[in-house]
Design a protein around this ligand. Structure first.
Ligand code: PLP
Length: 397
């Protein structure tokens, strides 16, 4: 066994993830390298995080500069980055809002859920979310997550969550009563299998929220910042939310999340209502400012649209792929009865990082800067793996 194989994490880590089989030590753009120096193409992007690829020079420079200057002061004091970062996010979101910074997607969503309760006031606190959704792993975001199997071991969960079928406006309307404060949805269910909804559904939800005085909270943790071919996933449906949460791509790998709300909604929070030691701290905020500057420079949504069209076309040409769904560079490829998780494992062994997002679908979330050559190479690796799986299936008695 090579000497460095011992560096695969074998310390006392809790078993919250299956044991990894690969340890990556460096990356550049869409490429990753493991401890043995083997090259991989990264078409998962650290779960839709590294939208600018690995080791982006402008992000690395911003981090290096800030690390040498000031790492942390706490939110009891101003820092030079979080105000301008909030202003850029607010501008991208259409203006007129305010931002709270957190450290992850779940924390950004917790902020949104607490804001909805504070805004709703006494007796108006329920949140309606969708079956198949994913909103995080804290107790409240776990309950918002519409996957009852994930709830079981952690009962009782904080009360105040109702789930309705995805893309079903009648079901959602039936769940509304005076105790409901907000509707909480992803524009495309990412972890649930890359499932978009219809324009009619989202427009209907917006109308219901207006009529019944509810907040529309959109979880853009996976879809936000260009990934779907628009700055935000909700733009595909022509609706304007009241609250928007972001994380993943915001720091391109540096942990940071944000919760934006229309100013009248944001005003529900007063000092002491919410907080975070690290949220919006100088290092993470400097990284996020650099990320947004690069994203605006390259027109991130246009990159995702262009490369997404190439990837979709290549995937649809594979005989084992029956359907490609999603927007931009958040795509799910449905397989013709093959086991997506085994296919993804064999792709990893062959130098391509993707994941099985459902038992029958693969997820693709590469860097928005991925090249056509990298797309063709990745799909060629996948094609070889799919052919082998299809042949093995044919041979089985
Ligand atoms: N919301 C969505 C839509 C997500 O996809 C995720 C993570 O996959 C989360 C929230 C939770 O984010 P985090 O893991 O950063 O807490």
């Amino acid at each position: 066994m090579p000497e460095h194989a011992a560096t695969l994490p074998d310390g006392p880590l809790m078993s919250t993830y299956a044991s990894p089989t690969v340890e990556f030590v460096h990356g550049r753009g869409s490429e990753l390298y493991d401890v043995e120096g083997r090259r991989y193409l990264d078409f998962l992007g650290g779960l839709a995080v590294t939208s600018l690829g690995h080791a982006h020079p402008q992000v690395a420079d911003a981090l290096g500069r800030q690390a040498r200057k000031l790492l942390h002061v706490s939110n009891l004091f101003a820092n030079e980055h979080n105000g301008p970062l909030a202003a850029t996010l607010d501008r991208l979101l259409g203006g007129g809002g305010k931002v709270f910074f957190a450290n992850s997607g779940a924390e950004a969503n917790e902020a949104a859920l607490k804001l909805a309760r504070k805004w709703g006031g006494h007796g108006k606190y329920q949140v309606i979310s969708a079956y198949g959704s994913f909103h995080g792993r804290t107790l409240a975001t776990l309950h918002a997550t519409g996957q009852p199997a994930k709830h079981e071991a952690f009962q009782p969960l904080p009360e105040g969550f109702r789930h309705v079928a995805w893309d079903d406006l009648d079901a959602l309307e039936a769940a509304i009563d005076p105790s409901v404060a907000a509707v909480f949805l992803e524009p495309v269910q990412g972890e649930g299998g890359v499932n978009p909804a219809t324009v009619e559904f989202f427009q209907g939800v917006r109308r219901l929220c207006d009529e019944r005085d509810l907040l529309l909270i959109i979880d853009e943790v996976q879809t936000g910042l260009g990934r779907t071919g628009e700055w935000f996933g909700f733009e595909h449906y022509g609706v304007r939310p009241d609250v928007v949460t972001l994380a993943k791509a915001l720091g391109n790998g540096v942990p940071i999340g944000s919760c934006w709300a229309r100013a009248e909604v944001a005003e529900a929070f007063v000092p002491g209502d919410h907080g975070s030691t690290f949220g919006g701290q100088p290092l993470a905020a400097a990284a996020a400012r650099a990320v947004l500057a690069v994203m605006e420079e390259i027109d991130a949504p246009a990159c995702a649209r262009r490369a997404g069209a190439v990837l979709t076309e290549d995937l649809l040409a594979l005989p084992a792929v029956t359907d490609v769904r999603g927007f931009g560079l958040l795509l799910g490829a449905e397989l013709d009865g093959l086991d997506a998780r085994l296919v993804a494992a064999d792709c990893l062994a062959a130098g391509l990082v993707i994941n099985g997002v459902t038992p029958t679908a693969l997820r693709f979330a590469p860097s928005l800067l991925v090249t056509d050559d990298e797309i063709h190479e990745a799909v060629s690796i996948l094609s070889t793996v799919l052919d082998a799986h299809a042949a093995a299936r044919t041979e089985r008695p």
